[in-house]
Write a protein that binds this ligand. Structure first.
Ligand SMILES: [Zn+2]
Length: 629
């Protein structure tokens, strides 16, 4: 493509541009001419139409107003009703981020307030929604980006050069191959390497939490070379997809991690929790907080539907996968139309209380990579309505006998789904106004949900944007922040519902609650997620009613007298939904590759798809590579 920056500069009046650089796939121009910054007379739009890339004009950092003065000016311009109290400067990029509770009011009619800020301060204002629930943890994660403003500017420019400066590897050859470093015929440690003659892209890099021997992806695979890695695509924030990412940074990776903004925030939070748990258990952690910070520093966030070049021959677009907040299917347009591949990762083809259904329509599609967690033919889940009724009945019955309901959950996804189910029942008056206690990590992840309502169902969005009705702010939800509060809920609080991690009862507050609530038959325990082999949750689900805990020299025995239930809800597609997805996906792929499922599930689904739709299928094992073009 030649030197794209020179081409852009050629089309602009001389001496107006002080610097031209990249921010990943986007082009940013800086000017010292304030008049030109405020009105470029359509010259930038003409270039955008011409080269079909995003081009942004910003004031040179040298002509921006002094930060203190600018902050005062901005606060004077913003209407009080916008409730904007946080102003953050990104000085090396001439951007000022303004957090407002009412973003629409801070933007103004047709952007009039933004225009005013540009004129008076010579900064580029970006308005962001203040999370309805604040969390110091989340603010600390985001602060990593601002504290490294200068590094980020250089880093993003370097990525742009890799994308636009032409090929660096073998040319005039056409092939594409996928290698399974993890997640082949298994649930856990998802990690797949995509190679083309020019590019090396890793899709997910997870940990298998259920196993200690086979926990990490096969980075020893001969085709994997960390120094040649161009990019990582992260589908979502579950540890079995992101858990090994900080390790890459520990061993020298300095490239980009593409994901959505909620995925960046939630994965940083879950990874920090992972390190904390390892340290509490006196196990050696394979990475530390410093490497999680490095990961955040190197993220490039994309919105759903935003098309972005990530290497000279790979173009990425992320689509909603319906699995958890910010979870994405990654569509890759490879080799200028040579092949189109979609990595579906974990997906839910069906609407839930929290998220819209996975996208099933793409501009082009030849190969579909799909999960098969519930791919076996007997894995059919009851309809959402039935789960709703079941949950309602257990809660009602338990409260009627003045007991407590304990629901061990994963930090992200299922917990918020259940919160929305219960909130809906209370709002529709199908259930009395109960107290739902949200413990520890679940609360912080919920707070992130309130920062990104645009990723939630159209129904929740409508309620938040137009009716000022945020279901997460319902008074039924109460935070449990300390051990003391936990004890008072167990001892003093009357009938209530408790959501706490971990979901499989393998440590965390859920185990503490269990020890105290297990003996009383008025209480109920409801399992809400997959219970891994060897976990305490699996033992109880299988009928074990006498539990022995060993802590140092001390041995304690607990009798499980409380009622034990299992709620059949999942944020994965069940067998019927997976088949329905292949039936409806447009265009129909020529090849389907199955992964993220136990051996029999992958094979069963592969054979059914082949028989029903006459599509070529494949279920690679770990360490196998397949050529897709
Ligand atoms: Zn997942």
């Amino acid at each position: 493509m030649g030197n794209i920056l020179d081409e852009v500069l050629k089309q602009l009046p001389k001496d107006k541009i002080s610097e031209a650089c990249f921010e990943a796939a986007n082009i940013v121009l800086y000017t010292k001419d304030k008049e030109f910054f405020l009105d470029n007379k359509g010259s930038i739009k003409k270039i955008v139409d011409d080269i079909k890339k995003r081009v942004e004009l910003r004031p040179d950092p040298k002509i921006t107003m002094d930060q203190d003065k600018a902050e005062k000016a901005i606060k004077k311009i913003l209407p009080k009703e916008a409730l904007a109290d946080n102003v953050i400067f990104d000085p090396f990029r001439s951007i000022v981020i303004i957090e407002a509770e009412k973003p629409g009011l801070a933007i103004g009619k047709q952007g009039s307030i933004l225009k005013d800020i540009r004129e008076k301060t010579t900064w580029v204002p970006l308005i962001r929604r203040t999370p309805a629930i604040r969390s110091q943890l989340i603010e600390n994660i985001r602060a990593v980006l601002y504290q490294n403003s200068e590094y980020r500017r250089k880093f993003l420019d370097k990525i742009g050069h890799r994308i636009y400066d032409g090929w660096i590897r073998e040319k005039r050859k056409e092939w594409i191959r996928l290698s399974y470093l993890g997640g082949g015929r298994q649930v856990g440690r998802s990690c797949i390497l995509l190679q083309t003659p020019e590019s090396r892209v890793l899709m997910d890099c997870g940990i298998n939490v259920a196993s200690t021997e086979e926990a990490y992806p096969h980075l020893e695979l001969p085709e994997f070379n960390i120094e040649q890695l161009d990019a990582v695509i992260l589908s979502h924030s579950h540890i079995d997809h992101c858990g090994f990412l900080p390790y890459l940074f520990k061993y020298g990776y300095k490239g980009p991690v593409y994901c959505t903004a909620p995925t960046r925030d939630v994965s940083a939070l879950l990874l920090m929790d992972y390190v904390k748990i390892m340290k509490n258990d006196k196990k050696e952690s394979i990475f530390d907080i410093e490497e999680i910070r490095e990961m955040v520093k190197h993220t490039i966030t994309l919105e759903f539907g935003e098309v972005s070049d990530i290497t000279p021959d790979v173009r990425l677009t992320m689509y909603n996968s319906g699995h958890i907040l910010g979870a994405a299917m990654s569509h890759l347009h490879i080799g200028n139309g040579l092949h189109n591949l979609c990595y579906g990762a974990d997906m839910k083809y069906g609407k839930t209380a929290l998220l819209d259904s996975a996208v099933d329509s793409f501009p082009r599609l030849e190969t579909m990579m799909m999960e098969s967690t519930y791919g076996a033919r007997d894995k059919i889940m009851p309809p959402q309505k039935e789960s709703d009724e079941y949950l309602k009945k257990i809660i009602k019955d338990t409260l009627a006998r003045r007991g407590k309901v304990l629901m061990p959950t994963l930090g992200s996804g299922r917990a918020q789904e259940i919160m929305m189910m219960i909130e809906g029942m209370v709002r529709k008056k199908e259930l009395e106004e109960i107290s739902v206690f949200i413990d520890g990590l679940v609360w912080d992840v919920t707070a992130i949900h309130t920062a990104y309502p645009e990723f939630l169902t159209s129904n929740i969005r409508k309620n938040i944007f137009h009716k000022d009705l945020n279901p997460f702010l319902s008074p039924i939800f109460k935070r449990v922040g300390s051990k003391k509060e936990r004890i008072s809920i167990i001892e003093d609080e009357g009938p209530c519902v408790i959501l706490a991690t971990s979901g499989m009862l393998v440590g965390g507050p859920s185990v503490e609650y269990l020890k105290n609530l297990a003996g009383n038959k008025k209480n109920s325990l409801i399992f809400t997620c997959y219970q891994g082999e060897g976990s305490l949750g699996r033992r109880i689900m299988n009928g074990d009613r006498e539990i022995i805990f060993k802590e140092g020299q001390k041995t304690e025995m607990f009798k499980i007298n409380m009622e034990v239930h299992r709620l059949e809800v999942t944020n994965h597609s069940d067998r019927a939904q997976l088949m329905e997805f292949i039936k409806r996906v447009d265009p129909r792929p020529k090849k389907v590759i199955l992964n993220h499922g136990e051996n029999s599930s992958c094979l069963d689904l592969a054979s059914s798809i082949h028989k029903t739709f006459r599509i070529e299928t494949n279920a690679p094992r770990n360490l196998e590579s397949i050529r897709i073009k």
